[in-house]
Design a protein around this ligand. Structure first.
Ligand code: MTE
Ligand code: HPA
Ligand code: MOS
Length: 756
């Protein structure tokens, strides 16, 4: 089935927040943000802005009727700065005017005097000063300290990995208007409608029942709208509530880049110990996560880094410690992979380091240590249906990796100024929110008397195709055609207490809840059908829009059955609830079974570096991916392709730059480079692993949103290997590996070779 949105998207008819027709008397808001990273606000004068023609009001924290607090996990985040600012881009005031242009012009008239305080932007510096968002966390299995003696080889090193801008095409925004009796309607571009509803109720000092949040779709989220859509919705709601007028607040691209947090940069230290046979016996790692000024989702992201510390490998003795460091940067946040990529980059770097010192290929060490059925993940979960080795072996077979390796060696021998490199990237990614309670969802299904169906769930469509998958679940369960089914907007009044659409669980959780609801209706309809056809309910099946008994046609159509059921006063609506069974996690001990299942795969990536200019291209990206039994191969393959390109961008060209004062320098698309169609490798193959799917995956179709991003890490090591084919002294692990870093790497230390 094609994505139900494809026609709307290509014809421009799909409705995003900015396409919602505005009501009469709509006002527009612009946010005035801090120009310094850390300071006391000594003086704030908004009168000139208030008097600016066309301005209706300027609001500060003093105008908040409830709590000035929007922290999602930890209550440490003000909506509007109160006396102190802790990052550049922090909202201080909101200007509401008759037009967006006026609001933006008027905010320049706000006068502030800051008493600047020391700004820290480096996570290690923050840790040294005791500036932590939370106490450090350690996950461990066995004890590496006791294992180092058994190791034939021990290597250690440091690893840097940068952040990443989400660059959703639709910037953050919200549109609110007052309803009667103090209620409020909120349209928000959010992955977490309930979080928005909860935060607005808190800020306004009302109940959640007073706030209705509605989302049709997002123009991309990628995690950037899991927590960080909330502030803008709260500011629009506050303005709308205070003025009793419709208010729209949409960030300009510059505002969005400056004010919102990104993927967390990490600085890490590792120590890895191997046996003579290249088995990894012990691994110790310390992560310094650059959290930004407040917690946001950092506690949960930290956990996922710890969970993915050993990527696809079994290591008997592991200790991982994470410092979530408080810096004066915008709060860093969820981004596809959610801390997983950072953890996985360190272990892959450790393996690459061991490989280079031992003069073997990294793939040899990787292969030796891949997880096996029944191994314990170091957080206590037993590995079940482990297919990573299968994907590895399939990749070797299908992509002729041994031959590829030989060709590259031959190429490198015969070329002086062009060098190639290859890397394998196995992935193992846990599916479920690491906070167990979030693994629940609800759905509401109405079957109308004409046989058409309305479906509401808690899932947010953000381009990943979850709505199409919901249509498939309902159509399949009722045995009717997709055109009978409408996916309604995601609305907190219809489906309550939603978890964010995140952790790649959107289709699984909401699909299972939808399945529960559809099955309940099917049960009731079967009774009606059985009575009409004078058979037992157990014999009834629905398919091709008709009723079958014992596999034979009954002549009863779906439409007829539904209208019959209605006349019998049978309930044609149902609310389904689903909570992932069997999962739990003890946060104190760091042990449990946090994930419903894991997703596996192996990518092989080759790169070619121009050793004169430092530029490079990725030649082939070939992947064996474990989709389970994909319910929609077109959508799922698209998810893999998109995620891989996002991962490649992260590892190669996307470089965030802040100056020492915490100012974002890469604040536009002229200075922040993202992949485009020309960055896509010439050979880009995604093949499904032939394997069964786990029962907790919706229709055995595994979650696919995030895991393939991690294949992109292979691009780093492929390029690094090519650089090392030119200059063996290139020894750093510092992502992204931009052409600039490649050039420095090619000619660093002894790299200044005779080019004749
Ligand atoms: N695909 C598109 N096109 N746009 C997005 O914003 N977000 C990703 C992924 N794929 C995203 C996307 C992220 S971060 C997640 S967690 C999942 O989709 C969420 O959707 P799912 O749970 O339905 O897979
Ligand atoms: N992934 C994404 N978002 C989350 C998670 C997670 O594991 N836990 C809490 N929010
Ligand atoms: Mo995705 S980072 O879990 O929104």
């Amino acid at each position: 089935m094609k994505n139900i949105d494809s026609k709307g998207h290509v014809t421009g008819k799909s409705v995003y927040l900015d396409d919602i027709p505005v009501r009469q008397n709509t006002l527009y808001a612009a946010v005035f943000d801090s120009a310094v990273a850390h300071a006391r606000i000594r003086f704030l004068d908004v009168t000139e802005a208030e008097n600016y023609p066309g301005v209706v009001a300027v609001l500060t924290y003093k105008d908040i009727p409830g709590e000035n607090q929007i922290g999602g996990i930890i209550p440490d985040e003000t909506l509007l700065a109160e006396g102190e600012v802790t990052f550049q881009g922090e909202p201080v005031a909101v200007v509401i005017a008759e037009s967006e242009a006026i609001a933006r012009a008027a905010r320049r008239k706000i006068k502030v005097k800051y008493e600047e305080l020391e700004a820290v932007t480096d996570p290690r510096e923050a840790a040294a000063k005791g500036l932590l968002l939370l106490p450090p966390r350690t996950f461990a299995m066995g004890n590496p300290e006791k294992r180092w003696n058994d190791c034939q080889y021990i290597f250690s090193g440091s690893v840097e990995i940068g952040g990443q801008e989400h660059l959703y095409i639709e910037t953050q925004g919200a549109y609110c208007f007052p309803l009667e009796n103090g209620n409020l309607m909120v349209y928000s571009s959010t992955q977490s409608p309930t979080a928005v509803q909860r935060a607005i109720a808190k800020v306004l000092g009302t109940g959640m029942h007073n706030i209705q949040v509605d989302v049709t779709r997002l123009g991309g989220g990628f995690g950037g709208k899991e927590d960080q859509a909330t502030a803008w919705a709260c500011l629009a709601a506050l303005s709308s509530y205070q003025l009793q007028k419709p208010v729209k607040l949409v960030l300009s691209r510059h505002d969005d880049l400056r004010m919102t947090g990104k993927r967390h940069p990490y600085s890490s230290d590792f120590k890895i110990g191997l046996s003579k046979e290249l088995k990894i016996l012990a691994y110790e790692v310390t992560y310094y996560q650059n959290g930004g000024a407040v917690n946001d989702l950092s506690p949960a992201i930290s956990e996922r880094t710890l969970f993915h510390t050993t990527n696809s490998y079994f290591i008997p003795d592991v200790k991982a410690t994470l410092y979530s460091c408080k810096t004066n940067l915008p709060p860093n946040t969820a981004f596809r992979g959610f801390g997983g990529p950072q953890g996985m980059f360190v272990i892959e770097s450790a393996i690459a380091k061991a490989a280079q010192e031992l003069h073997v290929s990294a793939s040899k060490i990787q292969e030796k240590n891949l997880l096996q059925e029944g191994n314990l993940f170091y957080y206590g979960q037993k590995a079940r249906q482990v297919y990573v080795r299968k994907t590895w072996q399939a990749a070797f077979r299908e992509f002729k990796i041994s031959q590829k390796q030989k060709k590259i060696e031959a190429f490198n021998k015969s070329h002086k100024l062009l060098k190639k490199g290859m890397a394998l990237m196995p992935i193992t990614f846990g599916i479920s929110f690491t906070s167990t309670f979030l693994n629940q969802a609800r759905a509401l299904v109405h079957v109308y008397t004409d046989g058409s169906v309305g479906v509401s769930t808690g899932a947010i469509e953000m381009g990943q195709g979850v709505n199409t998958k919901m249509v498939q679940v309902a159509a399949q369960t009722f045995g009717i055609k997709a055109s009978r089914i409408k996916i309604e907007s995601t609305n907190t009044t219809r489906v309550s207490n939603t978890s964010p659409t995140a952790a790649s669980t959107g289709a699984d959780l909401n699909g299972q809840a939808l399945l529960v609801a559809c099955k309940a209706i099917v049960q009731r309809l079967k009774k009606v059908a059985a009575e009409t056809a004078k058979v037992k309910p157990g014999e009834i099946t629905f398919r091709d829009e008709a009723v079958f008994a014992g596999g034979k046609t009954t002549g009863i159509t779906w439409e007829k059955l539904v209208s019959e059921a209605y006349l019998h006063r049978i309930k044609l609506s149902e609310a389904g609830h689903y909570a992932t069974p069997e999962i739990y996690f003890d946060k104190e001990k760091g042990k449990g079974r946090p994930f419903a299942y894991h997703v596996y795969g192996t990518a092989v990536i080759t790169a070619k570096v121009d050793c004169l200019r430092g530029i490079y291209e990725l030649e082939d990206v070939e992947i064996i991916h474990d989709f389970g039994q994909s319910m929609n191969p077109v959508i799922d393959t698209g998810q893999v392709e998109g995620a891989v390109m996002q991962g490649i961008g992260y590892m190669t060209m996307e470089e965030l730059a802040y100056d020492k004062t915490g100012r974002l320098l890469s604040n536009s698309l002229s200075t922040y480079k993202v992949p485009d169609i020309y960055s896509v490798p010439e050979v880009f193959v995604v093949k499904p692993l032939k394997a069964d799917g786990p029962k907790h995956a919706i229709l055995k179709s595994k979650a696919v949103g995030e895991p393939p991003l991690m294949y992109g890490l292979g691009a780093y090591f492929a390029i690094r290997n090519a650089v090392r084919a030119f200059n063996l002294d290139f020894d750093e692990f510092d992502a992204p590996i931009t052409p600039e870093k490649v050039l420095m790497g090619l000619y660093g230390k002894r790299g200044n070779i005779n080019l004749k």
